[in-house]
Design a protein around this ligand. Structure first.
Ligand code: SAM
Length: 197
Protein backbone atom coordinates (compact mmCIF):
# COMPACT_ATOMS: atom_id res chain seq x y z
CA UNK A 1 0.00 0.00 0.00
CA UNK A 2 2.80 2.39 0.96
CA UNK A 3 4.55 1.45 -2.29
CA UNK A 4 1.35 2.14 -4.30
CA UNK A 5 1.05 5.61 -2.78
CA UNK A 6 4.70 6.41 -3.38
CA UNK A 7 4.49 5.20 -7.01
CA UNK A 8 1.39 7.37 -7.60
CA UNK A 9 3.25 10.33 -6.15
CA UNK A 10 6.24 9.63 -8.42
CA UNK A 11 4.00 9.45 -11.49
CA UNK A 12 2.43 12.81 -10.64
CA UNK A 13 5.87 14.34 -10.09
CA UNK A 14 7.10 12.98 -13.44
CA UNK A 15 4.03 14.50 -15.14
CA UNK A 16 4.70 17.88 -13.57
CA UNK A 17 8.42 17.87 -14.36
CA UNK A 18 7.87 16.79 -17.96
CA UNK A 19 4.80 18.93 -18.69
CA UNK A 20 2.55 15.93 -19.24
CA UNK A 21 -1.08 16.94 -18.71
CA UNK A 22 -2.83 14.44 -16.45
CA UNK A 23 -6.23 14.61 -14.78
CA UNK A 24 -6.65 16.97 -11.83
CA UNK A 25 -7.24 15.38 -8.40
CA UNK A 26 -10.98 16.12 -8.18
CA UNK A 27 -11.44 14.96 -11.79
CA UNK A 28 -9.73 11.64 -11.08
CA UNK A 29 -11.78 11.22 -7.87
CA UNK A 30 -14.95 11.78 -9.88
CA UNK A 31 -13.89 9.25 -12.52
CA UNK A 32 -12.86 6.52 -10.09
CA UNK A 33 -16.04 6.96 -8.00
CA UNK A 34 -18.07 6.84 -11.22
CA UNK A 35 -16.45 3.49 -12.10
CA UNK A 36 -17.31 2.07 -8.69
CA UNK A 37 -20.87 3.49 -8.62
CA UNK A 38 -21.81 2.24 -12.10
CA UNK A 39 -19.95 -1.08 -11.75
CA UNK A 40 -17.96 -0.35 -14.92
CA UNK A 41 -16.20 -3.44 -16.29
CA UNK A 42 -14.65 -2.42 -19.59
CA UNK A 43 -13.14 1.00 -20.31
CA UNK A 44 -11.79 2.48 -23.52
CA UNK A 45 -9.52 5.43 -22.76
CA UNK A 46 -8.43 7.75 -25.55
CA UNK A 47 -5.24 9.49 -24.39
CA UNK A 48 -3.10 7.40 -22.03
CA UNK A 49 -0.27 9.91 -21.54
CA UNK A 50 1.93 8.13 -18.94
CA UNK A 51 -0.82 5.81 -17.69
CA UNK A 52 -1.87 7.82 -14.63
CA UNK A 53 -5.66 7.84 -15.15
CA UNK A 54 -5.68 4.24 -16.45
CA UNK A 55 -3.81 3.08 -13.35
CA UNK A 56 -6.09 5.07 -11.02
CA UNK A 57 -9.17 3.52 -12.68
CA UNK A 58 -7.70 0.01 -12.37
CA UNK A 59 -6.80 0.59 -8.70
CA UNK A 60 -10.35 1.82 -7.99
CA UNK A 61 -11.99 -1.44 -9.00
CA UNK A 62 -10.33 -4.87 -9.05
CA UNK A 63 -12.61 -6.11 -11.84
CA UNK A 64 -12.31 -3.25 -14.33
CA UNK A 65 -10.33 -3.75 -17.55
CA UNK A 66 -8.96 -0.84 -19.51
CA UNK A 67 -7.84 -0.44 -23.09
CA UNK A 68 -5.97 2.81 -23.56
CA UNK A 69 -4.60 4.48 -26.71
CA UNK A 70 -1.64 6.86 -26.90
CA UNK A 71 0.00 8.25 -30.03
CA UNK A 72 3.12 9.76 -28.45
CA UNK A 73 5.90 7.15 -28.32
CA UNK A 74 7.80 8.52 -25.32
CA UNK A 75 4.62 8.77 -23.23
CA UNK A 76 3.48 5.34 -24.35
CA UNK A 77 6.82 3.83 -23.22
CA UNK A 78 6.56 5.61 -19.87
CA UNK A 79 3.00 4.25 -19.49
CA UNK A 80 4.22 0.70 -20.24
CA UNK A 81 6.83 1.11 -17.48
CA UNK A 82 4.31 2.49 -14.99
CA UNK A 83 1.74 -0.22 -15.61
CA UNK A 84 4.41 -2.85 -15.06
CA UNK A 85 5.43 -1.14 -11.81
CA UNK A 86 1.84 -1.47 -10.53
CA UNK A 87 1.58 -5.05 -11.82
CA UNK A 88 -1.49 -4.16 -13.87
CA UNK A 89 -0.47 -5.61 -17.26
CA UNK A 90 -3.30 -8.14 -17.10
CA UNK A 91 -5.98 -5.43 -16.73
CA UNK A 92 -4.59 -2.51 -18.73
CA UNK A 93 -3.95 -2.98 -22.44
CA UNK A 94 -1.99 -0.18 -24.08
CA UNK A 95 -2.17 0.63 -27.76
CA UNK A 96 0.46 2.82 -29.37
CA UNK A 97 -1.33 4.54 -32.27
CA UNK A 98 -3.47 7.46 -33.33
CA UNK A 99 -6.93 6.68 -31.94
CA UNK A 100 -8.50 7.85 -35.19
CA UNK A 101 -6.70 4.98 -36.96
CA UNK A 102 -8.03 2.23 -34.67
CA UNK A 103 -11.12 0.06 -35.07
CA UNK A 104 -12.63 -2.17 -32.38
CA UNK A 105 -15.14 -4.92 -32.91
CA UNK A 106 -15.95 -5.20 -29.20
CA UNK A 107 -17.93 -2.83 -26.97
CA UNK A 108 -17.09 -0.88 -23.81
CA UNK A 109 -19.33 0.30 -20.98
CA UNK A 110 -17.25 3.46 -20.47
CA UNK A 111 -15.44 5.48 -23.11
CA UNK A 112 -13.19 8.12 -21.61
CA UNK A 113 -12.13 10.86 -24.03
CA UNK A 114 -8.99 12.67 -22.84
CA UNK A 115 -6.79 13.24 -25.91
CA UNK A 116 -6.45 16.08 -28.46
CA UNK A 117 -9.05 18.58 -27.27
CA UNK A 118 -9.93 19.77 -30.79
CA UNK A 119 -10.86 16.22 -31.76
CA UNK A 120 -13.39 15.36 -29.03
CA UNK A 121 -16.21 15.35 -31.58
CA UNK A 122 -14.31 13.06 -33.97
CA UNK A 123 -13.56 10.60 -31.13
CA UNK A 124 -17.17 10.69 -29.92
CA UNK A 125 -18.54 10.05 -33.42
CA UNK A 126 -16.02 7.32 -34.16
CA UNK A 127 -16.29 5.32 -30.95
CA UNK A 128 -19.94 5.74 -29.89
CA UNK A 129 -20.69 2.66 -32.03
CA UNK A 130 -18.49 0.70 -29.58
CA UNK A 131 -20.52 1.79 -26.55
CA UNK A 132 -22.76 -0.71 -24.78
CA UNK A 133 -26.42 0.39 -24.89
CA UNK A 134 -26.32 1.32 -21.19
CA UNK A 135 -22.76 2.73 -21.33
CA UNK A 136 -21.30 6.19 -20.78
CA UNK A 137 -18.99 8.53 -22.68
CA UNK A 138 -17.01 10.77 -20.31
CA UNK A 139 -15.04 13.72 -21.68
CA UNK A 140 -12.45 15.69 -19.70
CA UNK A 141 -11.39 19.38 -20.10
CA UNK A 142 -14.79 20.65 -21.19
CA UNK A 143 -13.91 24.05 -19.65
CA UNK A 144 -10.39 24.00 -21.12
CA UNK A 145 -8.69 25.86 -18.28
CA UNK A 146 -11.45 28.48 -18.16
CA UNK A 147 -10.99 29.54 -21.81
CA UNK A 148 -14.38 28.19 -22.89
CA UNK A 149 -16.16 30.70 -20.63
CA UNK A 150 -14.03 33.63 -21.90
CA UNK A 151 -14.99 36.09 -24.59
CA UNK A 152 -13.19 34.87 -27.73
CA UNK A 153 -11.74 38.35 -28.39
CA UNK A 154 -9.86 38.06 -25.10
CA UNK A 155 -7.93 35.01 -26.35
CA UNK A 156 -4.88 36.39 -28.11
CA UNK A 157 -3.44 33.20 -29.64
CA UNK A 158 -5.10 32.16 -32.93
CA UNK A 159 -4.44 28.43 -32.30
CA UNK A 160 -5.94 28.62 -28.84
CA UNK A 161 -8.98 30.49 -30.19
CA UNK A 162 -9.52 27.82 -32.82
CA UNK A 163 -9.19 25.06 -30.21
CA UNK A 164 -11.70 26.76 -27.91
CA UNK A 165 -14.07 27.15 -30.88
CA UNK A 166 -13.87 23.38 -31.49
CA UNK A 167 -14.63 22.61 -27.83
CA UNK A 168 -17.64 24.95 -28.00
CA UNK A 169 -18.86 23.13 -31.12
CA UNK A 170 -18.47 19.83 -29.22
CA UNK A 171 -20.47 21.20 -26.27
CA UNK A 172 -23.25 22.34 -28.64
CA UNK A 173 -23.16 18.92 -30.34
CA UNK A 174 -23.63 17.22 -26.95
CA UNK A 175 -26.40 19.62 -25.89
CA UNK A 176 -28.37 19.14 -29.12
CA UNK A 177 -27.76 15.42 -29.51
CA UNK A 178 -30.99 13.44 -29.99
CA UNK A 179 -29.43 10.07 -29.21
CA UNK A 180 -27.40 10.99 -26.13
CA UNK A 181 -28.26 12.91 -23.00
CA UNK A 182 -25.30 14.80 -21.46
CA UNK A 183 -24.70 16.20 -17.99
CA UNK A 184 -21.92 18.76 -17.50
CA UNK A 185 -20.03 18.80 -14.20
CA UNK A 186 -17.96 21.71 -12.87
CA UNK A 187 -15.35 19.31 -11.56
CA UNK A 188 -11.64 19.42 -12.32
CA UNK A 189 -11.32 21.09 -15.72
CA UNK A 190 -14.98 20.41 -16.54
CA UNK A 191 -16.29 16.91 -17.22
CA UNK A 192 -19.23 15.78 -19.35
CA UNK A 193 -21.05 12.46 -19.00
CA UNK A 194 -23.15 11.28 -21.93
CA UNK A 195 -25.46 8.28 -22.02
CA UNK A 196 -28.00 7.05 -24.55
CA UNK A 197 -31.59 8.26 -24.13
N1 SAM B 1 -5.66 10.48 -19.48
C1 SAM B 1 -4.34 10.91 -19.09
C2 SAM B 1 -4.29 11.04 -17.57
O1 SAM B 1 -5.13 11.77 -17.02
O2 SAM B 1 -3.40 10.44 -16.97
C3 SAM B 1 -3.96 12.22 -19.71
C4 SAM B 1 -4.03 12.27 -21.21
S1 SAM B 1 -3.36 13.73 -21.88
C5 SAM B 1 -4.48 14.96 -21.39
C6 SAM B 1 -3.76 13.54 -23.58
C7 SAM B 1 -2.91 12.52 -24.33
O3 SAM B 1 -3.58 12.18 -25.53
C8 SAM B 1 -1.53 13.04 -24.73
O4 SAM B 1 -0.54 12.22 -24.16
C9 SAM B 1 -1.53 12.95 -26.26
O5 SAM B 1 -0.29 12.53 -26.80
C10 SAM B 1 -2.61 11.92 -26.53
N2 SAM B 1 -3.28 12.05 -27.82
C11 SAM B 1 -3.64 13.19 -28.45
N3 SAM B 1 -4.26 12.90 -29.61
C12 SAM B 1 -4.30 11.55 -29.71
C13 SAM B 1 -4.79 10.65 -30.68
N4 SAM B 1 -5.37 11.10 -31.80
N5 SAM B 1 -4.66 9.33 -30.46
C14 SAM B 1 -4.06 8.87 -29.33
N6 SAM B 1 -3.56 9.68 -28.39
C15 SAM B 1 -3.68 10.99 -28.56
Amino acid sequence: MVEVHSNIKKMKEYAKENNVPIMLDDGINFLTNFIIKHKIKNVLEIGTAIGYSAIMMALASPTVKITSIEKDHERYLEAVKNIKKFDLEDRITLIYNDALEIEFDNNFDLIFIDAAKGKDLAFFEKFSKNLESNGFIVTDNINFHGYVAKDEQEIKSKNLRSLVKKIKIYIEFLKNNQEFNTTFYEIGDGISVSSRN
